[in-house]
Design a protein around this ligand. Structure first.
Ligand SMILES: Cc1cc2nc3c(=O)[nH]c(=O)nc-3n(C[C@H](O)[C@H](O)[C@H](O)COP(=O)(O)OP(=O)(O)OC[C@H]3O[C@@H](n4cnc5c(N)ncnc54)[C@H](O)[C@@H]3O)c2cc1C
Length: 610
């Protein structure tokens, strides 16, 4: 049975529609803040990345009373900075970690077919077969062909609906037809396979909203500063509201606390160091940098996966752009704003240029972003060999830590940690049901996509606009169309980023929990990485629209713009610096818009100071 708003049994007010209940509006934030102060929750989740929002949704859909607090914005950590692939991981297949491949392909099938078909789509990817002598050629085609075939078989046998076309072998000419920019002398052919692609930040917002629609209190800009303890048990957390820096910290009480804090996990464990608690897991950060270039810089109809000396490199089509990444190096500096250095950028350009007919240069680059992989530490020396598997530990009664894994398997991590929470809470058995629960916007998506031209005509928008909206909001698109109908000015394109509509900025502020200009330009839309001006030409327009939605006066609008422009400039400067230390120094000059200063683990700071 697929769950719908009619048959799911959450803690929300039944007189309110699921969409209304899932609106992360400014009023909702005030109400949820009040709930944090006044109520005791079954489960309180710390961290609004994919793991934390997934855990909040899992718990809420089991009928538990749930709250989620996020220090910055939804997906502001690693979950907006990935390669944006929902994948089994061909690399894990090669390492014979078959259970990981199986698990991830099952999740891929669920996401594309049932849970989020509006946000996760198939993307074709070529495995180029490098030029080699004839025996080597046969061996390579056999080796890679077997791997990709096994991938398809895994998806077909175990996946919940494959959701992807099958792989295909291509000759050199066939590969060049599909990817004219591939250097003919470098390949003897290719194999084309499919994986899933997602706007990572948008899926997280959607998870949070779906959790909210089932009664979860979701509050961003709410930083946990310590745990509440009674005897040897965690019974809640202390929270600081970063939107009201002068107001005192307050306490939130919960029967179970789940920390899903990615590369900040060790900080949470450290909050208990005074009572001699051993964390049970440790997380280290590995930096991955991506470049964004315009689609016109490379001619191809599919992505590429290339082997590099240490790992693999993806070249993935992303709307009117390509995403190229990634690097894989240890990172001990500011975790809130990991900086890409000139060395990272030239490494990526060098790697991709080995196979491109027209080499890319720095001038081709529109955007650059860096993210930190939360790796369970201790298994191996080199970061790319560390396991992506996750762990759930209970360092102290009442506190569960969940970390590791990858974006694709967020639902499995969420179910594992909430299973543990449910066992602790006692009461009736409540199995996870998120494999049956479409996210907001997924219900009726196939029909809406089929009828998109009719809907576009009825609402007086172009087919292109309609497709853009459907692929970002699913069937929630009707709400944006209604906003446009009420105020046709919202149909105008955004300054400097005409593929986005003004309505999307207003909607982000009114329904998607965006509190700052940076939230809108970086995560609700991806303008900060998709334009050569990195959003600076959009900032004033977007601030005006957000200002109207959120009641900002001129001074607030100007402060938001000023901060955003300073951030962009600091990032540009950091990307000219030769290495991590100098890039980080250039970036940390501009603190987080929520007033957080540079953010390093205590041990790492010691390392640097010494
Ligand atoms: C370069 C790169 C490429 C990747 N590509 C892929 C890919 O293509 N496919 C894939 O499946 N996976 C990919 N991954 C892995 C995937 O992105 C991560 O595993 C996943 O996003 C981690 O999510 P998370 O929720 O655990 O952590 P995060 O997204 O970092 O969330 C943790 C959150 O906790 C919050 N927090 C921390 N401390 C506190 C506090 N005290 N109070 C309140 N909140 C707090 C943070 O602000 C943060 O938002 C990639 C990772 C990287 C770095």
């Amino acid at each position: 049975m697929t769950l719908t708003s009619a048959n799911v049994g959450p803690v929300r007010d039944a007189s309110v529609s699921r969409y209304t209940a899932g609106r992360l509006s400014p009023i909702r934030r005030v109400a949820d803040l009040r709930r944090l102060r006044d109520e005791q929750f079954d489960v309180l989740v710390i961290g609004g990345g994919v793991t934390g929002t997934g855990a909040a949704l899992d718990a809420a859909s089991r009928g538990l009373k749930v709250a989620l607090v996020e220090a910055r914005d939804l997906a502001a950590g690693t979950s907006s900075r990935s390669s944006k692939l929902i994948h089994g991981g061909l690399r894990y297949l090669e390492q014979l970690e078959l259970h990981l491949v199986h698990e991830a392909l099952t999740e891929r099938g669920l996401l594309t077919s049932r849970l989020a078909p509006h946000l996760v789509r198939p993307v074709p990817i070529l495995v180029p077969l490098p030029a080699a002598s004839p025996p080597g050629r046969v061996w390579q085609r056999g080796y890679y062909g077997l791997g990709v075939a096994a991938y398809d078989v895994f998806a077909g046998l175990f996946g919940t609906g494959r959701g992807m076309p099958l792989h295909r072998h291509l000759s050199r000419a066939g590969a060049r037809r599909m990817f004219p920019s591939l250097r003919a002398d470098k390949i003897v052919g290719a194999i084309r396979y499919f994986d899933g692609q997602v706007d990572d930040a948008r899926l997280v917002v959607n998870l949070a909203r779906t959790a909210a629609s089932l009664g979860a209190a979701v509050v961003t800009s709410a930083r946990v500063t310590g745990f509440l303890r009674e005897a040897r048990e965690v019974v809640g957390v202390k929270v600081r509201d970063l939107e009201a820096p002068d107001s005192p910290e307050f306490e939130v009480r919960a029967r179970t606390v789940v920390a899903a804090t990615g590369v900040w996990s060790d900080d949470l464990s450290q909050m208990l160091s005074d009572v001699g608690v051993r964390p049970g897991l440790r997380v280290r950060a590995s930096k991955g940098v991506h470049l964004v270039v315009p689609r016109s810089a490379i001619t191809g109809e599919a992505g590429l996966i290339l082997r590099t000396p240490t790992s693999v490199l993806f070249v993935i089509p992303w709307g009117g752009h390509w995403i190229i990444g990634t690097t894989d190096t240890d990172w001990h500096l500011d975790r809130s704003h990991p900086a890409a250095s000139a060395r990272d950028i030239s490494y990526l350009l060098d790697q991709v240029n080995t196979v491109l007919e027209r080499p890319l240069t720095i001038d081709d680059i529109e955007g650059v972003y860096a993210g930190l992989r939360p790796l369970l530490s201790g298994e191996a020396d080199s970061t790319s060999k560390l396991s992506r598997e996750h762990a759930v530990v209970e360092p102290m009664l009442g506190l569960l830590l969940v970390a590791g894994g990858k974006y694709t398997t967020y639902r499995v991590m969420a179910a594992d940690v909430i299973d543990r929470a449910v066992r602790r809470l006692g009461g009736p058995a409540r199995p996870s049901r998120t494999d049956q629960l479409p996210l907001l916007g997924a219900d009726g998506y196939a029909a809406a996509w089929r009828d998109r031209l009719d809907i576009a005509r009825r609402h007086g928008v172009t087919a292109g606009v309609m497709e853009h909206l459907l692929e970002r909001y699913g069937t929630l698109t009707v709400h944006l169309l209604a906003m446009i109908e009420a105020d046709p000015a919202l149909a105008t394109p955004l300054a400097g980023a005409p593929e986005y509509l003004t309505a999307e900025v207003a909607y982000a502020a009114l329904a998607e929990g965006a509190l700052h200009l940076d939230d809108v330009l970086t995560r609700r839309t991806r303008i900060s990485i998709e334009t050569a001006h990195r959003g600076s030409e959009t900032a004033a327009h977007a601030a005006r629209v957000m200002g109207e939605a959120l009641g900002w006066d001129k001074a607030v609008q100007e402060r938001e713009i000023e901060h955003y422009l300073a951030r962009v400039e600091a990032e540009r400067q950091s990307q000219k610096m030769p290495d991590d230390l100098t890039a980080d120094a250039a970036r940390i000059g501009v603190p987080d818009v929520r007033g957080l200063s540079a953010d390093r683990g205590a041990e790492d700071l010691l390392e640097i100071d010494l």
